[in-house]
Design a binder for this molecule. Structure first.
Ligand SMILES: [Zn+2]
Length: 242
């Protein structure tokens, strides 16, 4: 990314909100942190996590610009990836580093690894996994975390994904759902679309003059921030400060 010419996801989100909010009938904005997905497909976990931080910044920027009184913000993922967190490392361990433990042949492995993808490294002559710390580009963003199954592009995962929400009717977004449920819930809360809606079954777009009847959510903004996460938000982890 060219930091001088390319806007961040947070900047793009802010600009979109400022333009769309001129419409006083309410807005629906969909923001996708799509590069998280690309990082995982390449097994470049540092890229994927950095992009997740960018998404987190976009959520923060949006929440600062929009009132929780009239804006529903939903943050979720449309699928998981096959990244796994190998456990038992100590608190404060570098999430992008090797695990505290080694495998049965005393070869180190990464805390974050993948089931499949292009990051497959051939076993050594005696069938032992290579020492990942000795591999080319180890520790750089370009380095691919190791995988079990070699394929040209890592696959999506089948895990359930989390959903988080702020604002009116946020309690409708706690737990696990079929992803096709989510747009219906947003439409219900914001009173738009052909299905049943919060505003007494009447589409918000067909409501009479807002001054004549008070509809508390008539101008509800609905903002979806979609992440292609690997199920676990990155901000659960801390990197040690060197
Ligand atoms: Zn994908």
């Amino acid at each position: 990314m060219n930091k001088t010419t390319e806007p961040t996801l947070a900047e793009l989100t802010e600009t979109a909100i400022k333009i769309l909010r001129r419409n006083n009938k309410g807005i629906f904005l969909f923001v996708e942190g799509g590069r998280i997905d690309h990082g995982h497909h390449d097994n470049r976990v540092q890229f994927a996590l950095d992009e997740t931080v960018q998404l987190s910044e976009a959520v923060k920027r949006a929440a600062g610009l929009l009132s929780q009184d009239d804006t529903l913000i939903v943050v979720t993922a449309d699928h998981a990836h096959v990244m796994s967190i190998n456990g038992y490392s100590n608190r404060g361990h570098d999430i992008l580093g090797i695990s505290r433990n080694t495998d049965t042949n005393k070869a180190p492995y990464m805390t974050l690894s993948y089931t499949n993808g292009p990051g497959f490294y051939n076993l050594t002559g005696n069938g032992v996994r290579p020492d990942v710390t000795k591999l080319q580009n180890f520790g750089t963003p370009q380095w691919r975390s190791h995988v079990d199954i070699p394929v040209t592009s890592e696959t999506h995962g089948g895990d359930d994904v989390a959903v988080f929400a702020l604002g009116p009717h946020h309690s409708m977004f706690s737990g696990l759902y079929e992803q096709s449920q989510l747009p219906y819930r947003m439409a219900w809360a914001a009173c738009f679309g052909p299905g049943s809606v919060y505003c007494a079954g009447r589409s918000r777009l067909s409501l009479p003059n807002a001054g004549a009847i008070h509809w508390p959510l008539e101008h509800l903004h609905c903002l979806t921030l979609l992440a292609l996460l690997a199920s676990i938000p990155v901000y659960f982890f801390e990197r040690p400060i060197n």
